[in-house]
Design a protein around this ligand. Structure first.
Ligand code: OFO
Length: 167
């Protein structure tokens, strides 16, 4: 694999792991509010991010590259409200999207067609990731404080679906 593309992909897989820990910290903040549905939803989000990282790792290994696990920033552990958690999440996903698009740009520069094919999956996934959080923000704004309990029940039903069967 092209060295620049491989390095950018390794950076991205580490950012996916960092994303997992961003959501794990949020999950533990939500535990303090006893919002079990939100806790479940963010736990699934944590698992999804680890699966995103794993998908990159499997691909790099398949292409004969060497994965490196790097350090990352301590995630934010305290928030003012559920809404702030969700707005921070949406901003985070927009940053992930920007990075995935940049990765795709490099894959095109070096004409790496298998990587372009792989990255198409992530481009589509990011549309869903941003939509998930913006819909949740709309719902929380709509129901306000009292309706949060009902929304919390709805979020308790989210289950983690492994990537291969989700495709
Ligand atoms: Fe991996 O998509 Fe969210 O961060």
């Amino acid at each position: 694999m092209n060295k620049k593309l491989l390095d950018a992909m390794i950076t991205q897989l580490n950012f996916e792991i960092e994303s997992a820990f961003v959501y794990l910290a949020m999950k533990n903040y939500l535990e303090t509010l006893s919002l079990d549905g939100f806790v479940n939803w963010f736990d699934v989000q944590f698992q999804e991010e680890m699966a995103h990282a794993q998908k990159f790792m499997d691909y790099i290994n398949d292409r004969g590259g060497k994965v490196e696990i790097r350090g990352f920033e301590t995630p934010r552990n305290d928030f003012e409200s559920v809404l702030e958690v969700l707005e921070t999440s949406l901003a985070h996903e927009k940053e992930v999207t920007r990075r995935i698009h940049n990765l795709m740009k490099i894959a095109y520069e070096v004409n790496d067609y298998p990587s372009i094919s792989l990255l198409n999956w992530y481009v589509d996934e990011q549309v869903e990731e941003e939509d998930n959080f913006s819909s949740l923000i709309d719902k929380v704004k709509l129901v306000g404080g009292k309706g949060l309990y009902m929304l919390d029940k709805e979020l308790a039903t989210r289950v983690f679906v492994p990537i291969n069967t989700a495709e």
